[in-house]
Design a protein around this ligand. Structure first.
Ligand code: 6PG
Length: 241
C-alpha cells in the first residue's frame, strides 16, 4: 500500500494521471471504474484541460464504482459528473462507456451490471477484474456506496449490490467488496480535512478500523493500493513525521 500526499489538487491530479498513463502504455485497453461524488470532478476537469490530446482515450473502458439511483440527467448522477466534466470534452467512443443505469429498477440493474462486468472484463474465479478501481471516501468512512450501517453489503456474494444512503435514504448501486478487492489496482482519491482522522485510523490501525469503516476493508488481493490524499485529508498522517 502506498500513501501520496499533495499540497494542491493540480499536483495530485497530475501525479495520478502520470501513474495511469504509465499503466495505459503497457496495455491495449484499460478498464477503469470511476468513483463518484465531488472529488473526481476536479480530476475529470484536469484531464479535459490538460490531457485531451496526449491520452489515447479510445483505449480506456469506463465503468463506475457506484451510482445513485437517479436519471443520468440528474445533477446527483455520477455518470453526469463524468459526462459534463470529461466525456463531453475528450474523444471517448460511446461504446467505451458502461454506465450503471440509475434510472432502472435497482435490483434488476445490479444484476444487469454484474453481467456487463462479466462480459466486458477478464474474470478471476468468476469475479470481474478491473485494471483500476477509483474510490472516494465519505466523512463516515464509506466507500463506493457501502456505508457503515450496511457493512454486510461489503461481504455480499454478488458483484454489485443495492445500498441506501443513511441520511437521504437515496438508493444506490455499488460494487461489492469482492469486486473491489479483485481489482489489479485500487486508487483512493480523498480530499478534505473532515476525513483526516478516519484516513489515519484506516492506514495506521487498519484492523480496528475495519470494524467501523467500509473503506478500511479495501485490501486488494493484488496488494496494489494507493491512497492519493490532499494535505488536509493526509494531515494526521504527516504529523507522525
Ligand atoms: C458517491 C461515491 C462516494 C464518494 C464519497 C466521497 O457516489 O458519492 O462514490 O463513495 O466517493 O462520498 O465523496 P466526495 O468526493 O464528494 O467527498
Amino acid at each position: 500500500m502506498k500513501t501520496k500526499i499533495f499540497d494542491n489538487l493540480n499536483d495530485l491530479n497530475e501525479d495520478f494521471t502520470l501513474w495511469l498513463k504509465e499503466l495505459l502504455a503497457k496495455k491495449e485497453t484499460l478498464s477503469i471504474a470511476l468513483s463518484g461524488g465531488n472529488t473526481p470532478k476536479s480530476l475529470f476537469k484536469y484531464w479535459a484541460t490538460h490531457h485531451a490530446e496526449d491520452i489515447d482515450w479510445t483505449k480506456i473502458k469506463f465503468f463506475w464504482s457506484d451510482e445513485r439511483c437517479v436519471w443520468p440527467t440528474d445533477d446527483d448522477s455520477n455518470y453526469k459528473a463524468a459526462k459534463d466534466n470529461l466525456f463531453d470534452h475528450v474523444p471517448i467512443p460511446r461504446e467505451n462507456i458502461f454506465r450503471i443505469r440509475g434510472e432502472n429498477d435497482p435490483y434488476k440493474e445490479a444484476r444487469t451490471y454484474q453481467d456487463v462486468m462479466q462480459t466486458e472484463l477478464e474474470t478471476i474465479n468468476g469475479i470481474p477484474q478491473f485494471d483500476v478501481i477509483m474510490l472516494g471516501m465519505g466523512e463516515d468512512g464509506h466507500t463506493a456506496s457501502i456505508f457503515p450501517h450496511e457493512m454486510n453489503l461489503w461481504d455480499s456474494h454478488n458483484m454489485c449490490v443495492v445500498a441506501t444512503h443513511p441520511k437521504t435514504r437515496q438508493m444506490r448501486i455499488s460494487l461489492s467488496g469482492q469486486t473491489i478487492n479483485a481489482a489489479k489496482n485500487v486508487v483512493f482519491l480523498v480530499t478534505g480535512a473532515p476525513k483526516d482522522k478516519i484516513v489515519k485510523a484506516i492506514i495506521e490501525d487498519n484492523e480496528n478500523a475495519q470494524e467501523k469503516y467500509p473503506a478500511a476493508k479495501v485490501q486488494p488481493e493484488s496488494g496494489n493500493l494507493i491512497w492519493y490524499l490532499d494535505s488536509y485529508a493526509g494531515r494526521e498522517l504527516s504529523k507522525q513525521k
